[in-house]
Design a protein around this ligand. Structure first.
Ligand code: AMP
Length: 220
């Protein structure tokens, strides 16, 4: 099972990816998390990615395609995987289709979590993350038990550099300009659209239904 999870920054992709990992027992691969890990480790790739990410831009297709190809060839991806944040451009989508064909993988299940811009800006400026365990909080909807502190390990929560409002608007514009055509490339019939304005649990149920419907359709 291959799930491609689409949706603008702040639509709840991370939360829903965690749900799908648990429900379908497949690893979630987030290109954003992979790039952040490279930044934290201070690698050459990380140094380059951090400047691009802080400015709200996209890392080049070649680098991104390479990091994904490498990751999905690892043993834990043999039964399938979920991609969060990839493909983000039409060349990445084409590259992934070729890679999937060469590896004989099943057709991807394409899920699009849809949320309008203004609620997203409000959600993202309220987002905090634990720098240790990477758990995400939201001061509006999922605050930590003690303000400013991770429930799990007590580390001081941080706002990501790319969660500042000006950067957020740039990221939303980049998402619209680049990923809109990616969804068009997959085609309306292939993209399963879910209303991301519902509660996280309701969004999970809608995504689960969409995945099961796609799996059943493929089995017929
Ligand atoms: P995310 O956590 O998915 O919002 O990603 C954070 C940042 O990582 C993005 O703003 C980009 O700079 C970079 N990034 C993540 N995924 C991709 C991708 N598929 N292509 C290019 N850049 C990416």
């Amino acid at each position: 099972m291959i799930i491609l999870l689409f949706g603008p920054p702040g639509c709840g992709k991370g939360t829903q990816a965690a749900f799908l990992v648990d429900r379908f027992q497949i690893p979630a691969i987030s290109t954003g998390e992979m790039f952040r890990a490279e930044c934290k480790a201070g690698t050459e790739l990380g140094k380059m990615a951090s400047a691009i990410m802080a400015a709200g831009g996209l890392v080049t297709d070649d680098i991104t395609n390479g990091i994904v190809a490498n990751r999905i060839s690892q043993a834990d991806c043999a039964r399938g995987f979920l991609l969060d944040g990839y493909p983000r451009t039409v060349p990445q989508a084409r590259n992934f289709a070729n890679l999937a064909r060469d590896k004989g993988l099943s057709a991807p299940i394409v899920i699009h979590i849809d949320v309008p811009e203004e609620p997203l800006v409000a959600r993202l400026t309220a987002r905090r993350q634990c720098p240790q365990c990477l758990r995400i909080y939201n001061l509006l909807s999922q605050p930590p038990r003690v303000p400013g502190v991770c429930d799990g390990d007590g580390a001081a929560l941080i706002a990501r550099a790319d969660d500042q409002e000006a950067v957020i608007r740039q990221r939303l514009a980049a998402y619209e300009n680049l990923t809109g055509p990616v969804l068009k490339w997959y085609g309306e019939a292939a993209v399963r659209k879910v209303d991301g304005g519902m509660t996280p649990a309701a969004v999970s149920r809608a995504i689960e239904q969409a995945v099961l419907a796609a799996t059943n359709a493929a089995a017929v």
